[in-house]
Design a protein around this ligand. Sequence first.
Ligand code: CA
Length: 325
Amino acid sequence: MVSSTRILTLAAACCAALSLPALAGGDVRHFLASLKVEALAAGVSSRTFDEAMSGFSPVSRIVELDRSQPEGRKSFAEYRKTLLSEKRITQGRRLYVEEKGRLSAMEKAYGVPAHVVVALWGIETNYGAIMGGFSVPHALGTLAMDGRRPDFFRGELVRALRIIEHGHVSVANMKGSWAGAMGQVQFMPSSFETYAVDANGDGRRDIWSDRDDIFASAANYLAKSGWKTGEPWGVPVRLPAGLDAGPLAGLDKTLPLEAFKEMGIASMDGKALNDLPAEASLVMPDGPTGAAFLVFNNYRVFMKWNRSTYFATAVGLLSDQIGAS
Ligand SMILES: [Ca+2]
């Protein structure tokens, strides 16, 4: 049965979408005309533009999703349970072994460990299974017309068209999330232009279907964002009873590891924290009563990929599970 609240929500969503000036045909034509001038100036051919934007009108589902942001009602404990399922861990371990050849080449080239790249791939798209089924140009066009950060999304759209122009992907295969994140590593077009790599030398940077390119592109992103080879992302820790962790927690506070050790903070099995980077921050995604982690430089690198402690911690924990296999 559909509740009345649900009906009201649907009605609100429907009318919010319909009230968009973007949905008026004349505005779409005007938008496309001015966008085309910009795209052509950025090196996109008229043919590519017409093919990619053919039949474009703002996608009301995307407007709805965009307006229901921000997420984050879930606790980290719940998020972790979903993302670090047994199935995802097992599959990650299997792929880590199966893809040893490609992953070793990637490790050698970028200094980023294989288990970290496999974990990112697993968290982003469940190892390529869920890339999002939206046309990236149409999704970005919708967000560019929708008023929230129009310049950002318009710039991303022009880049998306340029990626097609350069032959990295066809219009039909340029699929991604509703927010325009593309392929198996969910790069925005600007990240693609900066970090995507053609690792197998076929002239295309194919983050949609080529695992050489997918692994190398993810590793290149991390390497260029300051990854320190040989350092861990972080470590789950146990706090001593009675420690008031609230004022210590947060990425804005960095302390010598020794200071945390002196407070009695230890590894989960109660052992001393040795062989770790000299500076750390304490992260407690669910607040002072939840799980605690001491994190290092490479955790901040995860956060350059996605500015969420939930995301960064989940990638780190999954990488530990995969690496321990
Ligand atoms: Ca390639």
